[in-house]
Ligand binder design. Structure first.
Ligand code: ATP
Length: 601
């Protein structure tokens, strides 16, 4: 073995020690001892292997060999029939122990080991050998890859001592769960290579910019703390995302943020950190997994940004392409399917709402205050795009406006608002949860259990598949006191193709060039109607919204009632006159008596 390698048995000894300790301090000490013993050439590999990995998460190199294949490899390496191996596995439950036990037995002549069966004759496995075999296993894809995996693993196990086999198998099957936190490794690296924990902060900062423990370890061990300080954001490598604190009182939020803040819609989708370098685009999730292949459409949108190199953050949101309405998070999850990405892409279209920029054309922007970052972000978002947009934001300086904006966001299908500091110190805090961002969400959700009958008072032109018909209808409740119709929602969901084809014909007789005098609306429709046609509507819940006029000022000073995620049930209420539609008073009653469901936090 060369000086630049390390026997795998040293790592195995470490694994055993870690498994038998319950003290974090001892864990750190064992790590320090291991790192000090490790030649710098293989330090990155050792660091990854302590976490049961081969590369940092965001590169998506996954081991996770199926148990069936692992048992086949064990059988092949030991010469023990597969059936016997499987029976032992059923009894023991851990394929690592199966491999260890079978390798400890006197060998059969038929195995790969042949007659060699004596421990003494085996050469010593090194970190490099184990690592490169594991890498070969992880990277094998396509036809014949199962055989490659089995053969490579069998070969490795034939060279392993029983205890080594235990950990190799646990590693390939993703069962090496030592629970060593990244932060513990950073502690250990600081102690091992700078002599004290004092350097921990610098090391951690570098890690937030480049969350690759193997890279940080190697850099620190070979080039010292100055090199660590000089680590820069690199396009293609995600930074740890900034996180938010939480409060539920608008006045308190504003006080925390110095009296004013940028309130942004808190979209109910998936956070994405998008990196662009010339033609190439990477997408990373909140947990920094590489999710590029799930969203070919988003890759396309990001490539339209007006920048050569950029790192931006936003939320991917599913929407109804016919109506433009945002859909809840659950709908987006269909996009996480492994197969048939193209089909899922067509069925569940998405948009991206950008809310931050971290890097642009060679320049890190994390130290710039939010208003400056937002301006820069604005300058690179393609004008007029309907696919990649800026998050809806409003500068607010009083609790009333904040609450109204919050209600508007909820009624539009968002989860609430994100309130962000606009002070000179409002930097992008990588990997930190702090008070520069405060989320304002609800603790509960109401439940709309009954349908309502609403009157069609306006409509919006459809696009795409709905060109030529209506994309959504503006619906109103009746207020007998003032004899007016007051808006509650825009509905575009629940219509069949036949419904859609018939709508223009159905509504044509009532079409007028302006809002009907008996209609009270804060929303400007494309087409207005005389209140006449009544439709049955159900929604997820009745919420407050400054956009709608039903019960405006009656429950809350400047908000009306709105139906969130409304849907046409399919029932045309031709039996009802518009004055027999659900009334404002009935909706208020429904709002008050809605069942509250606690939201998971
Ligand atoms: P956290 O991310 O704070 O650990 P969490 O995963 O439970 O908590 P939330 O409590 O829902 O997430 O709040 C934070 C998330 O809100 C962000 O990670 C991001 O995905 C999402 N989000 C939506 N809109 C915005 C926005 N305009 N600005 C920042 N984040 C937003």
């Amino acid at each position: 073995m060369s000086q630049s390698d390390l026997p795998y048995s040293v790592l195995v000894e470490f694994y055993e020690k870690i498994e038998s300790t319950s003290s974090r301090l001892a864990m750190t000490d064992y790590l320090v001892a291991l790192f000090k013993k490790t030649p710098v050439e293989v330090l990155d590999k050792v660091v990854y292997l302590t976490q049961g990995q081969l590369r940092p998460d965001y590169e998506g190199v996954e081991l996770g060999v199926a148990e069936k294949l692992t048992l086949r490899a064990i059988s092949k390496a030991t010469g023990v029939p597969l059936k016997t191996v499987e029976e032992l596995y059923k009894k023991v439950g851990d394929p690592g122990l199966v491999a260890e036990q079978l390798l400890s037995r006197p060998k059969q002549a038929t195995g790969l080991l042949g007659f060699i069966g004596q421990e003494g004759l085996k050469h010593e496995l090194t970190i490099s050998q184990v690592y490169s075999s594991l890498m070969k296993i992880a990277l094998a894809t396509g036809e014949g890859s199962q055989d490659t995996k089995v053969n490579t693993l069998a070969g490795l196990l034939s060279d392993a001592k029983p205890k080594e086999a235990r950990y190799i198998v646990r590693t390939v099957t993703g069962r090496l769960r030592l629970g060593i936190a990244d932060m513990t490794i950073l502690d250990a690296l600081a102690v091992a290579f700078t002599g004290s924990k004092a350097a921990r902060e610098v090391v951690e900062r570098a890690y937030t910019k480049r969350p690759d423990l193997g890279f940080i370890a190697k850099e620190l061990a070979s080039n010292g703390l100055e090199a660590i300080k000089a680590i820069k954001i690199e396009v293609g490598v995600p930074v740890l995302p900034m996180l938010a604190e939480r409060l539920s009182d608008p006045a308190e939020i504003l006080e925390k943020l110095g009296g004013q803040c940028l309130a942004e819609y808190k979209y109910d989708g998936e956070r994405v950190q998008a990196h662009k370098k010339d033609e190439r685009v990477w997408l990373f999730s909140r947990r920094l997994e590489n999710i590029t292949h799930h969203y070919p459409d988003v890759v396309n949108f990001v490539s339209m940004l007006k920048a050569e190199e950029a790192v931006v953050e936003g939320e991917i949101v599913a929407y109804n392409s016919d109506t433009g309405e945002m859909l809840p998070f659950q709908e987006l999850m269909h996009r996480r399917r492994k197969y048939d990405v193209d089909k899922a892409m067509k069925e569940y279209p998405v948009r991206v709402y950008l809310f931050d920029i971290i890097y642009l054309d060679g320049q890190e922007l994390i130290e710039k205050p939010l208003p400056e970052r937002r301006k820069i972000l604005e300058s690179i978002v393609p004008a007029g795009s309907e696919d990649i947009l800026l998050s809806k934001a409003r500068l607010v300086d009083n609790a009333k406006d904040l609450l109204l904006f919050f209600e508007e966001a909820i009624s539009e299908g968002c989860e609430g608002v994100m309130c962000k500091s606009v002070s000179g110190q409002s930097v992008y805090q990588m990997g930190a949860r702090g008070w520069l961002w405060i989320k304002f969400k609800r603790d509960y959700r109401m439940e709309m259990t009954d349908t309502v009958d609403l009157v069609v008072v306006g409509a919006f032109h459809g696009r795409g598949k709905r060109a030529g018909t209506y994309g959504a209808l503006l619906m109103a409740a009746y207020d007998p006191q003032s004899d007016t119709f007051k808006t509650v929602c825009k509905v575009g969901t629940g219509f069949t193709d036949e419904d859609l084809a018939n709508l223009p014909k159905l509504l044509e007789p009532y079409r007028i060039p302006h809002r009907h005098p008996r209609v009270v609306s804060r929303i400007e429709a494309d087409v207005w109607f005389v209140p006449a046609v009544v439709l049955e509507i159900i929604g997820a819940e009745i919420t407050l919204s400054p956009l709608h006029t039903c019960a405006l000022g009656k429950v809350e000073p400047e908000s009306g009632l709105a139906i969130r995620f409304p849907r046409f049930t399919g029932r045309y209420r031709f039996d009802k006159k518009p004055e027999q539609a659900t009334t404002e008073a009935e909706l208020m009653e429904m709002y008050k008596s809605q069942r509250k469901t606690a939201l998971q936090q």
